[in-house]
Design a protein around this ligand. Structure first.
Ligand SMILES: C[S@@+](CC[C@H](N)C(=O)[O-])C[C@H]1O[C@@H](n2cnc3c(N)ncnc32)[C@H](O)[C@@H]1O
Length: 366
């Protein structure tokens, strides 16, 4: 049915036989007329922005059929009502509709399981985040990572997450340390997975904080797989990796046209504390940079393998510890003294091997 808009001055005759009236004229004379009229007639009146004379208010409404949310500020502020409605809307999981349909059909058959329904509601309303926290300087977090850290209920963190990052986690957020520092019990990956799951089951939003990028030697993939298998909604948030940006923090470019046209990121440490030296032959190539993660305690073996392969031991190297953090330190040397450098280097650290390290000398000249 179409509507007709008539532009004219208001007359009481216009509202004969009308029961609900919305006065949006902003004209005090019109409002006074209506209020007088109301005394003698059974009508419901809403005067926009004058809540004290209203007989009813509009709700900020959202419909996620069959679920509906209505929020009212009793006329005080539709803006606040809308804001609260939108916040509530964010809490509704995407699959709520399907879940409610299932519950409806169970109910039709007389099946009502309160505890189970609550548990599933909590689980589907929660979300897990695998958050890349970059190098340690909070200013190098992505905006997404920052917002998640500020808004979740629980964070799980380990020794690689810097104190600076932890200091931005709000006080009311539950912090669970999952280990690897001397004096703390180290949680196995399975234990960490189960801990995340346990918090999700309680209806919490959970951020597992990961150093650097979650998918670069960070076991983020294992956590994502576990949570997905448990049907937990999970978002992975990228982070600045120590592998590519750690050298930058020490002014070492991992590629330059003069020194290096490729780079490789390796870990020296494999599952079960095994050592990885398969990559060492790459050091033969003069125009290639190799960045080694988790290599500090394996420096002696790296050197020995390089010697055995007749690699040029004067290849420049750098060890960058605590990249981006207040206590960042850089040690420069060659493959020949890598072990000595590593002995006094602080953790966490990356090792950069390649002629690009000489770029630092060029910078120093200027
Ligand atoms: C388990 S791996 C995680 C790597 C991480 N996902 C990334 O993308 O940087 C841990 C290793 O990353 C390196 N690392 C992480 N943060 C570092 C930092 N701020 N400075 C130097 N090395 C860092 C160290 O080699 C450390 O042993």
């Amino acid at each position: 049915m179409g509507s007709i808009i008539v532009v004219k001055a208001f007359k009481l005759k216009d509202i004969e036989n009308t029961f609900i009236i919305i006065d949006a004229t902003g004209n005090q004379k019109v409002t006074d007329k209506l209020l007088k009229y109301k005394n003698k007639h059974a009508i419901l009146l809403n005067v926009v922005d004058v809540p004290e004379v209203c007989d009813f208010y509009f709700m900020a409404l959202t419909k996620n059929e069959p679920l509906q949310i209505a929020v009212s500020s009793s006329g005080a502020s539709p803006t606040v009502a809308k804001y609260v409605r939108d916040k509530c809307q964010e809490l509704i999981p995407e699959n709520m509709e399907t879940f409610l349909e299932e519950l409806q059909s169970k109910r039709n058959n007389g099946i009502i399981e309160v505890e189970e329904t609550l548990e599933v509601t909590r689980t589907i309303s929660s979300k897990a985040y695998l958050v890349g926290c970059g190098l340690g300087d909070p200013e190098l977090l992505t905006i997404r990572a920052y917002n998640i850290i500020k808004n979740v209920d629980v964070v799980l963190h380990d020794h690689l997450i810097s104190d600076e990052i932890m200091s931005i986690v709000p006080k009311n957020v539950k912090k669970i340390f999952v280990g690897k520092e001397k004096g703390f019990h180290t949680q196995s990956q399975e234990e960490i997975n189960r801990l995340i799951y346990k918090q999700i089951k309680k209806g919490h939003s959970v951020a597992r904080l990961k150093s650097g990028d979650p998918f670069i030697f960070g076991r983020g993939a294992e956590e994502l797989l576990y949570l997905t298998q448990k049907s937990i909604k999970t978002e992975v948030v990228p982070g600045i990796s120590s592998s590519v940006s750690g050298p930058l923090m020490a002014n070492i470019p991992i590629t330059t046209r003069d020194y290096s046209n490729a780079f490789t990121v390796v870990t020296a440490h494999l599952k079960g504390n095994a050592i990885n030296l398969e990559w060492v032959p790459m050091l033969k190539s003069g125009n290639h940079t190799v960045i080694v993660l988790m290599g500090l305690t394996k420096a002696k073996e790296i050197m020995e393998e390089a010697k055995a392969l007749n690699i040029n031991m004067s290849l420049p190297c750098a060890i960058i510890s605590n990249a981006s953090r207040k206590n960042q330190s850089v040690k420069i040397g060659t493959l020949a003294n890598l072990h000595t450098l590593a002995l006094s280097a602080k953790r966490p650290a990356i090792i950069v091997l390649g002629n690009v390290v000489n770029f630092l000398h060029e910078l120093e000249k200027n």
